[in-house]
Design a protein around this ligand. Structure first.
Ligand SMILES: Nc1ncnc2c1ncn2[C@@H]1O[C@H](COP(=O)(O)OP(=O)(O)OP(=O)(O)O)[C@@H](O)[C@H]1O
Ligand SMILES: NCC(=O)N[C@@H]1O[C@H](COP(=O)([O-])[O-])[C@@H](O)[C@H]1O
Ligand SMILES: [Mg+2]
Length: 388
């Protein structure tokens, strides 16, 4: 393919709808190929805004506002980076000939748990936890009784665990109903899921375009309150379980179609593999590939979007720890010990303009021959970081 410089008349333009830490790395990879990057988010100075050619701050759930920036910028590719985006704007953009990654219908299916769950479990017949959808507190109480306790309650549209809770007894249901209102997206409908007592959970990064489908090695992770705190690669698992996960990931991503990377999430219990959900874009647990692969999940996403070959080398075992702010600040400062930066370890600071307690601000990345040693060191680095 041919590459032009950014800002020229016929430059290839990528528009990111969502400009957090994941979008920032996508923007950097696109910039490395001379692609013009336009970063959009709902707040100013978002991480990807800082490394893009132009940035916009708009209400991304407002159809007119999203269409306005699309019409103004005429991007070659539109890359959704968060769940909470006006889907009608994406359908309209696609109708007008814009290329949405992977495609508007895939974004529609995955941004809402109801759509993706019904598609995976009922259309594709994949194994998932049991589930029901509810819109009222009474409906939630009844569904939880049918499901049994503990059960997991989540808004249909949210991410990073916002609005999610586990009800251990019927007495917890009212609290779960209140927690669900903290959704980042849409809490007008909730999913009640059977709690799966899995042995471990993985993200299987699956990249596809016309050149084929490629899997990264499985990423193991630990989540706290629905948000990842540690991820590592590769997750040791049986060939049988890995093959099942790959078959499911291929079926789901083929079903969704389009170009790009997908973070397909699974729960594994013995040899049983449950499909949970997927992101039609880079995945937070996949930040570990910044140190383990010659082409990170972000580089692979850009390659997939451009229709380029998807080959890469796996360097070796690694781990990624999430640093979450301990303080609220409009001028956040991170204190990171110098010895976190070695030949085989480093920290990526996202540069978020504000910190809130629990907000992910940075990640530690460690490469080691031994995955357990990498996990220990990544965790240790996080424990030595502070903020004010
Ligand atoms: N049915 C379940 N049984 C057991 N654990 C669950 C279940 N559903 C979710 N979890 C736990 O909560 C975590 C977050 O859930 P889920 O991925 O559905 O939320 P999310 O808000 O979309 O997160 P993200 O956007 O970070 O992927 C899972 O990775 C898992 O650890
Ligand atoms: N699990 C999804 C995920 O990790 N998404 C990442 O977090 C950002 C929002 O962060 P913020 O809430 O700190 O603004 C998103 O923009 C995306 O990069
Ligand atoms: Mg998830």
């Amino acid at each position: 393919m041919t590459f032009t410089a950014p800002l020229q008349k016929d430059a290839i333009k990528i528009m990111l709808l969502g400009s957090g830490e994941l979008g920032k790395e996508v923007a950097i990879e696109a910039q490395r190929l001379g692609i013009e990057v336009i970063a959009v988010d709902k707040y100013e100075n978002a991480p990807a805004h800082l490394v893009s050619n132009r940035s916009y701050t708009i209400n991304m759930q407002d159809e007119a506002a999203v269409l306005e920036v699309i019409k103004k910028e005429h991007p070659t590719y539109i890359l959704p980076e968060v769940e909470a985006i006006s889907i009608s704007a994406l359908f309209e953009a696609e109708k007008r000939g814009f290329h949405v990654i992977p495609n508007a219908e895939a974004v529609n299916k995955t941004m809402n748990r109801k759509n993706i769950r019904v598609f995976a479990a009922e259309t594709l017949g994949l194994k998932t936890s049991k589930y029901e959808f509810v819109t009222t507190l009474e409906g939630l109480k009844a569904a939880a009784e049918r499901m049994g306790f503990p059960c997991v309650i989540k808004p249909v549209m949210s991410s990073s665990g916002h609005g999610q809770s586990i009800a251990k007894t019927p007495d917890d249901i009212e609290k779960s109903w209140e927690i669900a209102k903290e959704a980042r997206g849409d809490a007008s409908e909730l999913i009640v899921e059977e709690f799966v007592p899995f042995d471990y959970e993985i993200t299987l990064l699956t990249v596809r375009n016309e050149t084929g489908t490629v899997f990264c090695k499985p990423i193991g992770h630990i989540q706290k309150d629905g948000d990842f705190i540690l991820s590592w690669q590769p997750m040791p698992m049986s060939n049988a379980a890995l093959e099942k996960a790959q078959d499911i990931a291929k079926a789901v991503t083929d079903g969704l179609g389009g170009r790009g990377i997908f973070g397909v999430e699974f729960f594994v219990k013995g040899e049983e593999v449950y499909f949970s959900e997927l992101s039609p874009r880079p995945h937070d647990t996949g930040m570990v590939t910044l140190i383990t692969q010659s082409q990170s999940e972000f580089a692979l996403h850009v390659r997939a979007v451009l229709g380029l070959p998807l080959d890469f080398t796996f360097y070796g075992a690694g781990a990624c720890g999430a640093y979450k702010a301990k303080n609220e600040s409009c001028t956040p400062v991170l204190d990171i010990p110098d010895d976190a930066f070695t030949a085989n370890s480093f920290v990526r600071v996202f540069g978020k303009p504000e910190s809130h307690i629990g907000r992910r601000m940075a990640v530690s990345l460690v490469l080691d021959n031994d995955v357990e040693a990498a996990k220990t060191r990544a965790t240790q680095i996080i424990s030595q970081i502070d903020d004010h």
